[in-house]
Design a binder for this molecule. Sequence first.
Ligand code: MLC
Ligand code: AMP
Length: 512
Amino acid sequence: MSNYLTEKLLSPHEKSNKIFLELPNNIDIQYHEFNRQVNRIANYLQQIGLKPDDRIAVQTGKSWQTIALYLATVKAGGAFLPLNTAYTPHEVSYFLDNARPRLFVCDEGHAEGLQVVAKNAGSDLVTLNNDGSGEIANAASAQSDTFEAIDRSADSLAAILYTSGTTGRSKGAMLTHENLWSNAQVLADVWQFTSKDTLLHALPIFHTHGLFVATNVCLVAGASMIFQSSFSVENVIRDIKKATTMMGVPTFYTRLLDSSDFDRDLVKHMRLFVSGSAPLLSETHIQFEERTGHKILERYGMTETNMNTSNPYNGDRRAGTVGHALPGTTIRVVSADNGEELNSDEVGSIEVKGANVFKGYWEMPEKTAEEFTEDGFFITGDLGLLSKDGYLTIVGRGKDLIISGGYNIYPKEIEMVLDELDGVKESAVIGVPHPDFGEGVVAILVGDQAPSENQVQQMISNRIARFKQPKKIFVVKELPRNTMGKVQKNLLREQFEHCFSPGRVQATSTIT
Ligand code: MLC
Ligand code: AMP
């Protein structure tokens, strides 16, 4: 046995290849230097008594040291548990209480407020700052730069990523060494990544897209990453000349298209643009091609499954579709009524099976069982159709989920918070078209004394992350319901469809 994932990701590369480029600071990190830092941190983790499957929860900014901590955790036998930096202490406390990590890592600026949260979960808090300094760096600097990796098999736990649910309660998706490696290898092959590539990396590194798809693919190929702390049009335009590839959520591409400096000449040297995490409008695909001559390659995935499908690298990248099942992954579309597989072009529920699919939800065996079919397919909750030649089109979601700028927001979680507010009898949260984020969160409240939009924002600001908070709030006399008493969100979505467009319905106005 060996340490399955890190052996595959870290060992094979030329020592002198650059792994991270931080262009404005002129910092280059080479693979051999990076590997040594991984080893130092792994030694530190071993010294503090990390045991196999122990979790290391991390809420830190984007730095190459966080990536080193991820691989050190895996190499030392643990499971990496990244958390969105926008989560409030209230949200973090749920994740820590649920996962009971051995360590909770955050930056110094947040340590004081989070100390009690970590303590309540029985975790030690240590710091890692955006510039790589902090207690982890200090402790690691005294350690050896070689480390004998802890044996972990293909099926061992490598990471836990929390994903919200329709019940409002987040579930930890357990990803194995094989899930992560197999997907990285397949994507690197399919997208033809090599050590000559440089990826413009502007995604956050606490979700599947930025952490596994972007980073692991580069590691597998021995490629370099221009590591930008967050997405900005200006910085992408500044650095893209040095890149060969870019990955992003649709908002990245619509924002880039809004800039006249983003033109054919700027990106003529680029090899590939990939989009995912949310639907890319056909319109954006077409506009991008007209402007740059490049066809964005759209792919489809989930936290639980890593990537499932991709449009072809060579071949027809079809706008509005997410392409074919990846090698080693089986996709089927079944009837939501009886689970029977449907013919091509019939819309049904998308199910997936393969080495990419996770091993279950952390300490939720019943929930895990519910989401798999008897023959081992994972029920994605997405609705779609397969064309005769195997292209998957996603047409909607069977789950009540909003995707805003690539972040998933579960209405139930927001409704539970709104329903507790004074003056709110009940609420419904919906997603409607938003020009920047794809979908924007809108809350519809019932209650004669319902609070105003400003009051709501204040009341919920320390409960839920800013990106999940409703961008508009309306008050109605009552919510539309069907004969079963279920709120008809489709009617609400129709009613408020244009509220982010010019000439929209005034927010917080009472609709009768
Ligand atoms: C930020 N804000 C958002 C938001 N991001 N609101 C709704 N949706 C979002 N996605 C809010 C902030 O709270 C703030 O509100 C304001 O917008 C500006 O914040 P900012 O920090 O300046 O953010 P901005 O640069 O605008 O960020 C937008 C973004 C970012 C699109 C660049 O959200 C992003 O990087 N998204 C990527 C998400 C991602 O990686 N998803 C992958 C999930 S994995 P205010 O009111 O205070 O101004 C997955 C599987 C798969 O889905 O298939 O990949
Ligand atoms: P997450 O749980 O954050 O991993 O989000 C996964 C969900 O994002 C999927 O179930 C889909 O609904 C959605 N998604 C990911 N990629 C795409 C895509 N290319 N097109 C449409 N939806 C997508």
